[in-house]
Design a protein around this ligand. Structure first.
Ligand SMILES: Nc1ncnc2c1ncn2[C@@H]1O[C@H](COP(=O)(O)OP(=O)(O)OP(=O)(O)O)[C@@H](O)[C@H]1O
Ligand SMILES: [Mg+2]
Length: 498
């Protein structure tokens, strides 16, 4: 390519407290190019993107846009030059409507609320995103919030769009649609960067791929020069013995008493007479499309959301329960690893060990207060090691961890409670290939130790690999129940759709 790059980084370094999150990176992005970034959690992918989007400024090195040296000291400086970023953690203002969020910072260009709403509606329709522009952003699901962020970039007529893990919260259909859309934008000359932990997405949907490892950009090449193995090799610097496939448990006779029994639970329009049981020592996978009521029933079990008046019954270890607060469910031994770590996963101003410590306190309450601080520290260190949570310093607040490492903190915070039932809602979203393997092992061991596990995942291979039994949810009810040996992707999809 001998055209001029639209963005280039020359020897760019970003350091925090003397430690490099990104080190002497050289990176070029060309007009009309789709460029994928790959790398382990904490490798520096989001850092590279935020430097281009003006969210953070380099400690050293040069940034050029269209050949001209620039200093981007705020996102506004980048967006004025046509650079938009769709963040890993959504940045919408929950109290504003979808339309207001889409024009945030550019309200002056529109002189009436109606114009704002119409402009927003047009873009959403063009993208085929089913989001109502007058709805409050705070009431949207994770997937829809992401759609609004994408629509905002398109409305801004950006020349460069950066997507930080755009597909993590999307269904397979939504993901396909996004890649089609990116192709359309590409034909219009828009340059795009996207980060993804799904290596196939990088391989199949980009023109070029750059791999980061430990803050260094180790390689850039045409997508067709890579395959899964070589990408992983560049990411971790060695071969990964892919222990991704976790063996199923040997089937012993199931103990008669389920750890959880849900009967005819109803909640609004999302959960309609949902009934199922979860047995100790087993991983019960729940497959289904987004909106099938899986996360919603989990929230009802946890006392996060109220079921309808007379809306069914729930038993834990044979005892009927009805929680009005998640704290009660936690005290009884139920843990919930949520799909949205930012909303209810952790306290982002606290450190890793404080977060894990709080998880411990939430369960062991008074007993934990008497536990020496030293013990709490030891326990959280242990979990940091088990999940290889990587940070620059241990007492750093969780806010500054990379996205995947934040997810690991949420998991550790729940597991430290030694629950008898754990509900994993999309547990490996945003987590790198190596850590996914670790998390899967942990989920398996956890079941093996005799606890009940519910695994909600939109990623079918994950459900198929891990579950001992697979339930399929559709329109708020369970429509199929397969033992592992009988389950296939086709059967599950058929049940989820028809
Ligand atoms: N504001 C900050 N203060 C201190 N350290 C930071 C800050 N922001 C990022 N870091 C550190 O820089 C490193 C790179 O983080 P970055 O977010 O770029 O990773 P990433 O490749 O996007 O990872 P992931 O796949 O988990 O999202 C991490 O170790 C992170 O903890
Ligand atoms: Mg990131």
């Amino acid at each position: 390519m001998n055209r001029q790059p639209i963005v280039s980084l020359e020897n760019v370094t970003k350091s925090y407290g003397g430690i490099n999150a990104l080190e002497s990176a050289n990176f070029e992005l060309y007009p009309g190019e789709i460029h994928a970034l790959a790398g382990e959690n904490g490798a520096g992918k989001s850092t590279l993107c935020k430097l281009i989007a003006g969210v953070i400024s380099p400690s050293d090195g040069t940034v050029r846009i269209n050949g001209e040296v620039v200093k981007l000291s705020a996102p506004k400086d980048a967006s004025e030059r046509g650079i938009s970023m769709v963040y890993q953690e959504t940045s919408l203002v929950p109290q504003l409507t979808v339309a207001q969020n889409m024009v945030l910072g550019r309200e002056k260009t529109f002189n009436s609320v109606r114009k704002v709403r119409n402009a927003a509606r047009q873009v959403l329709q063009r993208l085929n995103f089913k989001v109502d522009p007058s709805q409050l952003a705070g009431s949207l699901s994770t997937a829809k919030r992401q759609m609004v962020e994408i629509a905002r970039a398109v409305l801004n007529q950006a020349k460069v769009i950066i997507f930080d893990e755009p597909t993590a919260a999307l269904t397979p259909e939504e993901t396909d649609h996004l890649f089609d859309l990116m192709k359309t934008l590409q034909a219009e000359g828009v340059a795009m960067i996207f980060i993804s932990h799904a290596l196939e997405e990088a391989l199949n949907h980009s023109d070029r791929i750059s791999v980061l490892r430990n803050g260094k950009l180790v390689v850039t090449g045409n997508a067709d020069e890579f395959d899964r193995g070589s990408l992983i090799h560049h990411m971790i610097g060695e071969e990964l013995n892919e222990k991704m496939h976790v063996p199923a448990k040997r089937h012993e006779a199931r103990s008669a008493l389920p750890v959880l029994r849900v009967e005819n639970v109803r909640m609004g329009s999302m959960v309609n007479n949902m009934s199922f049981s979860v047995f100790p020592g087993e991983i019960t996978g729940i497959a289904g499309l987004i909106g099938s009521g899986r996360s919603e029933v989990a929230k009802v079990i946890m006392g996060h959301t109220k079921r309808n008046f007379g809306g069914g019954r729930i038993w834990l270890d044979g005892r009927e329960v009805r929680y009005s607060l998640p704290a009660q469910a936690v005290a009884d031994g139920i843990a919930y690893v949520s799909e949205d770590r930012k909303l209810d996963g952790f306290f982002d101003t606290l450190s890793i060990s404080e977060n894990i410590g709080l998880g411990w306190m939430a369960k062991f309450g008074r007993r934990a207060l008497l536990a020496p601080l030293r013990k709490m520290r030891r326990i959280s260190r242990e979990w940091e090691g088990k999940l290889s949570i990587r940070s620059i310093g241990t007492d750093q607040s969780v806010l500054y961890l990379s996205g995947g490492n934040q997810q690991k903190v949420v998991i550790a915070k729940s597991l430290v409670q030694q629950p008898k039932l754990i509900i994993f809602d999309e547990p490996t979203r945003g987590v790198d290939v190596g850590a996914i393997a670790e998390i899967r092992q942990i989920v398996r061991q956890f079941a093996e130790s005799g606890a009940g596990v519910i695994l909600i995942s939109s990623y079918l291979p994950e459900i198929l690999d891990l579950s001992d039994r697979i339930l399929v949810a559709k329109s708020g009810t369970i429509v199929a129940d397969f033992p592992r040996a009988d389950a296939t992707a086709t059967k599950i999809l058929h049940a989820a759709i028809h």
